[in-house]
Ligand binder design. Structure first.
Ligand code: ADP
Ligand code: MG
Length: 351
């Protein structure tokens, strides 16, 4: 074989680098919705509404009543690595906000057309400005605004032909978005959420801020779920093991479903933990007579330094210190609860 000349190595254009990174942060329309809603939560909103057109490919709009964005910050708002939430790397250990990388908005401007309307407290009018590839397309224009921030993304993945095609051919992302907002609504009961298709009069999720988690579950997942869930809780405060607190609602032996619904928040972040999900499914399969998959809502609180939130660009997976012992502990609690409801059920049918 003829020896090949080694290819020349060169530095990629910043715009290419940014677009590649953006495609990782914003994988689908639902990733954009999640980032926007988390920004609204970080801004202390009490009301968040989501509007979607064409499964998010045509339009995603998230409006909130949070603290808004300062006029002076608008020029750098959508640059990569600009954030109001993190300064030093060490802050990551104790971070309370959902965001911290300052990459979400920037990423959206590399794969879609972003328009921001925002007003801060005490101002007479707001500002509106559009962004492309990280920069403002024009000076912010004064406009009427009520309270908070509205962010609109149009034509998501307009510059990524393959991604757009796959998404157009795949099942509508809208139902995934509805599912996402449902999950947020039962955890953040102090916030009212809505999610609707563009132009639709009726919202597909509509939660009203309430003090009761069970009310939230009823209004979002329906009576059939709310009727058949029971409260669970666990606490481990022995510092020689894993310190953690868990509370939630899990379905009882009357509940029946083909698919597990697991809504999991760890330190208020909506995450997935397949090991925990499987561990709970195992307990259900072993304890309940009929092969029903559970409904689970669980909120786990750990010392922030026991959770690494920085393992994945979408922040979807977190890794936990002492994961095995936490899972074992939760399994025991769930099993006890299930056994009790199982015996009380038999008792009911006998009398
Ligand atoms: P991060 O959330 O990691 O800081 P983002 O790109 O998501 O990065 O947002 C950049 C910054 O824009 C945030 O730090 C915040 O200051 C501001 N911001 C974004 N969305 C909102 C919003 N809905 N309300 C108020 N400020 C916002
Ligand atoms: Mg963010």
């Amino acid at each position: 074989l003829p020896r090949k000349e080694p290819p020349k190595i060169h530095r990629l254009d910043e715009s290419v680098v940014n677009r590649i990174a953006a495609g990782e942060v914003i994988q689908r329309p639902i990733s954009a919705v999640k980032e926007l809603v988390e920004n609204s939560l970080d801004a202390g909103s009490t009301s968040i509404s989501v509007t979607v057109k064409d499964g998010g490919l045509k339009l995603i709009q998230v409006s909130d009543d949070g603290h808004g964005i300062r006029y002076e910050d608008l020029p750098i708002l959508c640059e990569r690595h600009t954030t109001s939430k993190l300064s030093a790397f060490e802050d990551l250990q104790t971070i309370k906000s959902m965001g911290f990388r300052g990459e979400a908005l920037a990423s959206m401007t590399y794969v879609g057309h972003v328009t921001v309307t925002t007003i801060t407290g005490g101002q007479l009018h707001g500002y509106r400005v559009s962004y492309r590839d990280g920069v403002m397309e024009h000076q912010p224009r004064p406009c009427a605004a009520v309270k908070g921030t509205q962010i609109m993304i149009e034509n998501l993945f307009y510059n990524m032909t393959a991604r757009r095609k796959t998404l157009q051919n795949s099942a509508d992302d809208y139902s995934k978005i509805v599912d996402l907002i449902s999950r947020f609504s039962i955890h953040h009961t102090e916030v009212s959420f809505s999610c609707r298709k563009h132009g639709a009069a009726r919202a597909d999720v509509h939660s009203i801020a309430t003090s009761s988690r069970l009310d939230a579950i009823r209004s979002v997942y329906g009576m059939a779920v709310a009727r058949d869930v029971m409260e669970v809780a666990a606490l481990d405060d022995d510092p020689s093991r894993s310190i953690f607190k868990m509370d939630g609602y899990i379905s009882n032996s009357n509940y029946s479903a083909k698919k597990t619904v697991m809504v999991l928040f760890i330190n208020d972040r909506l995450v997935e933990c397949s090991a925990l999900k499987r561990a709970i499914e195992v307990v259900y399969a072993a304890t309940l007579p009929k092969a029903s998959k559970p409904f689970i809502y669980m909120s786990i609180v750990l010392p922030p330094e026991h959770v690494d939130v920085n393992v994945h660009p979408t922040k979807k997976e977190v890794s936990l210190l002492n994961q095995e012992s936490i899972i074992e502990n939760i399994q025991t609690v769930v099993e006890l609860k299930l056994r009790n409801c199982n015996t009380s059920r038999t008792f009911h049918t006998q009398t």
